[in-house]
Design a protein around this ligand. Structure first.
Ligand code: HEC
Ligand code: HEC
Length: 290
């Protein structure tokens, strides 16, 4: 009823104002929110550098990847890209030249992002000031540096349109965790070829980026977060403080700072609900063990 009355009032004030009703929020603003949820900034910004201009080294077991410039500079960024090219990169790992991206770019999770949301992210990135900064070559040894080999990797480990890390069924929490938040990219262990071990979805990994130990975040009581309450988890995603008052370390701190702390309370609670509902997996993460 309220919405109906509002429509009428706006209509009386000026016919065309109807198109900007609150249900149709500004795509750039929505895109900014989704970009935070997806954590694009953390990877695409060099520490102390200009936001989204790339150049950040990302250490992996295969070598060092450098994130590219995703500001709308036409020469060195994505200023000349179309929406379709952007979606192909984000959701299928394919460049405008038809080459395959390395999965250090988590398109494997982003493939679960809806086209609509993907285009909002694009709209937000296009609204940023263009920064002219050339991309740096990756420092990765053969055969992992062979771009053409990536199609084989994709064949094995990439399922388009559905995060390979997810189970079936979708809700807002799962969408935020699996597709946008790409939590599994760090929290699911990988095999020797960098493919996610589906049967240990979110059960933690001993070789996260920068050699980090990444916690088991399945609700297993002994080795995971089974003894966290929903509010423990939702609060943690805002404050980076664990229920035992320890502050989180390393890359998770950035995930929270640039990502989950900027989301709405409802979205953080949806993530907590989802995480506490998945199958608990017993998996002790420790050095020297996968
Ligand atoms: C975990 C780190 C990481 C995150 C998070 C990440 N990216 Fe990237 N991205 C990369 C890397 C590394 C590459 C380069 C891949 C390659 O060269 O094959 C890349 C490549 C790209 C490209 C291709 C650019 C070009 O010049 O070809 C685009 C576009 C892009 N990312 C957009 C995004 C967006 C949008 C997000 C958030 C939704 C995002 N990235 C999140 C690491 C990341
Ligand atoms: C870039 C890698 C990375 C990504 C992406 C990531 N995490 Fe983490 N996460 C970590 C690391 C590393 C730790 C361990 C930090 C520590 O020991 O202080 C961690 C710890 C945690 C913890 C604490 C668990 C415990 O028992 O102490 C929770 C909860 C968590 N992450 C949830 C998430 C969620 C939810 C997402 C997706 C929004 C996510 N993480 C995405 C790297 C990541």
């Amino acid at each position: 009823m309220k919405g109906w009355r509002f429509t009428i009032v706006v209509y009386l004030i000026g016919g065309y104002a109807v198109v900007s009703l609150p249900t149709m929020a500004d795509p750039v603003e929505e895109g900014a929110y989704l970009t935070a949820a997806a954590g694009c900034k953390a990877c695409h910004t060099l520490k102390g550098g200009i936001a989204f201009a790339g150049g950040r080294p990302l250490k992996t077991p295969f070598g060092i990847f450098y994130s590219p410039n995703i500001t709308p500079d036409v020469q060195t960024g994505i200023g000349g890209w179309t929406g379709d090219e952007f979606l192909a990169a984000l959701k299928r790992g394919i460049s405008p030249q038809g080459e395959h991206y390395f999965p250090a770019f988590p398109y494997t999770s982003y493939t679960g992002i809806t086209d609509k949301d993907g285009l909002k992210i694009f709209a937000y990135l296009k609204s940023l000031p263009p920064v002219q900064q050339d991309n740096k070559d990756h420092d990765v040894g053969a055969p992992f540096s062979w771009r053409w080999l990536q199609w084989g990797w994709k064949l094995l480990y990439f399922a388009e349109g559905q995060g390979p890390l997810t189970s079936e069924g979708t809700d807002r929490g799962q969408y935020l965790v699996d597709a946008l938040g790409h939590c599994g990219e760090c929290h699911t262990p990988r095999n020797a070829f960098g493919g996610p071990e589906k049967e240990r979805y979110l059960a933690g990994s001993a070789d996260g980026g920068e050699g980090e130990l990444v916690s088991n975040i399945t609700p297993d009581v002994e080795t995971g977060i089974g003894d966290w309450s929903k509010s423990d988890l939702a609060d943690f995603l805002k404050t980076a403080m664990k229920p035992d008052f320890d502050n989180v370390q390393g890359s998770m701190e950035e995930v929270i700072e640039h990502g989950t702390s900027r989301l709405s309370k409802e979205d953080r609670e949806a993530m907590a609900d989802y995480l506490l509902s998945i199958a608990p997996i017993y998996h002790q993460v420790s050095r020297g063990k996968k």
